[in-house]
Design a protein around this ligand. Structure first.
Ligand code: THG
Length: 367
């Protein structure tokens, strides 16, 4: 379609050269970086994730490191989820909110030491946020970005590939737990995590100069399982009900609206940013909810840049926030951010670029 003009504002990933060598054909921007979104064979890349193993450059999931004597205090003040029980070596998924209870990011919080954490962030600037809150509360912390670049290995064969590299101990690693280790002298953090529901690991490279070496090492180790390049799969994540911060949320979305209420602990201390607003929202009632939308028709439609209005019995009830052709369900599916009065089974109409498509509200995840 068009090219990308290089700029010092757009940071290439540590795996940039490696993904070029793999034949990347499209990127998106995320956290002021470029993330591969296609290697030219979308359906083959999808089935590789579902049945095999796929290797992803997800270095755009940048780390906000918080360390120092008040590191734990600051991280808890930023997170409306109870972190008191979080152990060194454990990760937690957290909906970060502003003072109004609006979702501003959904990082994985990794506890590296009693006084050192990483927030592995989605697409919004949390360095500014963490520094501002730390300064306002007078906390003794450093907020920085370490030299860390995550690579994901996802799919049902990912465990075999990762075990062949690191050893069988990885099979016992629990979800979101991680361990510092190394491979041929390259320092990494190995975590069981990743933005798919097909299982897998993330290898957080801790030396950006070793990106191509690490990529090729995993590529070689994966050959017996037919590993290949991929990226966070739009189709699989919609089928699996994974939320994309900024894609499925707007400047007014709270965690309860997008099925993240289970990651909010309303009884954290009163000084946690946003907790008072979240308690009030919960008490007064949540206005919107996220449901699936099964669209009628057998031709792929995709939304592109916009949300699309959803109507029920002639009334506007919300928006379709994503839409994709599901290769497993063989129809178009998406997420609706719709009024709380809507229910699974409701018939809806979606206004797609001038034409109206009928559909049905459904539960999430689809699969
Ligand atoms: N990897 C890393 N950092 C990230 C992401 C990632 N930061 C931003 C973004 N992705 C965070 N988003 C998610 C969203 C969901 C999950 C992981 C990252 C996830 N959720 C499971 C679920 O919803 O079923 C389990 C969550 C739980 O129950 O605790 O895995 O991909 N490094």
């Amino acid at each position: 379609m068009f090219g990308i003009t290089p700029s010092a504002r757009l940071r290439p990933s540590a795996f940039y050269e490696a993904t070029l060598a793999e034949g990347v054909v499209a990127f998106t921007t995320y956290n002021n970086m470029l993330m591969p979104t296609s290697f030219g064979q979308p359906e083959a890349e999808y089935w590789r994730l579902i049945h095999g193993v796929s290797q992803w450059d997800v270095a755009v999931e940048r780390q906000v490191q918080i360390d120092g004597p008040d590191a734990h205090r600051l991280v808890q003040i930023l997170c409306p989820r109870q972190l008191a029980g979080c152990k060194v070596g454990q990760g937690k998924y957290v909906p970060l909110c502003n003072h109004a209870g609006v979702l501003i990011n959904d990082p994985i919080v990794l506890k590296l030491d009693d006084d050192r954490y990483w927030l592995s962030i989605a697409d919004s600037n949390i360095w500014f946020w963490a520094r501002a809150i730390a300064a306002e509360r007078g906390l003794r912390v450093n907020v920085s970005e370490p030299d860390v670049s995550p690579m994901a290995v996802q799919g049902p064969k990912a465990e075999d590939v990762v075990a062949s590299i690191f050893g069988d101990w990885v099979r016992a690693l629990k979800y979101f737990w991680f361990k510092r280790t190394e491979i041929e002298g390259i320092p990494v953090v190995l975590a069981r995590s990743g933005w798919s529901k097909q299982g897998g690991f993330e290898i957080y490279l801790m030396d950006g100069a070793q990106g191509s070496r690490l990529w090729n090492l995993v590529r070689e180790a994966g050959k017996p399982w037919d590993i290949g390049p991929g990226n966070p799969s739009f189709c699989e994540r919609v089928e699996s009900g994974l939320v994309s911060y900024g894609g499925d949320t707007d400047g007014n979305t709270n965690p309860f609206e997008v099925r993240m209420g289970k990651y909010v602990d309303l009884d954290v201390a009163d000084d946690v940013v946003g907790i008072q607003a979240l308690r009030r929202i919960k008490k007064e009632g949540v206005q919107r909810q996220q449901l699936g939308v099964l669209l009628d028709g057998d031709q792929p439609v995709e939304l592109g840049f916009h949300w699309h209005p959803i109507y029920h019995q002639g009334q506007r009830v919300g928006d379709l926030t994503n839409c994709v052709w599901s290769w497993r369900l063989k129809r178009n599916i998406g997420f609706g951010l719709v009024a709380s009065a809507c229910a699974v089974g409701d018939l809806v109409e979606v206004q797609l670029a001038g034409k109206s498509v009928t559909g049905t509200l459904s539960a999430l995840p689809f699969i």
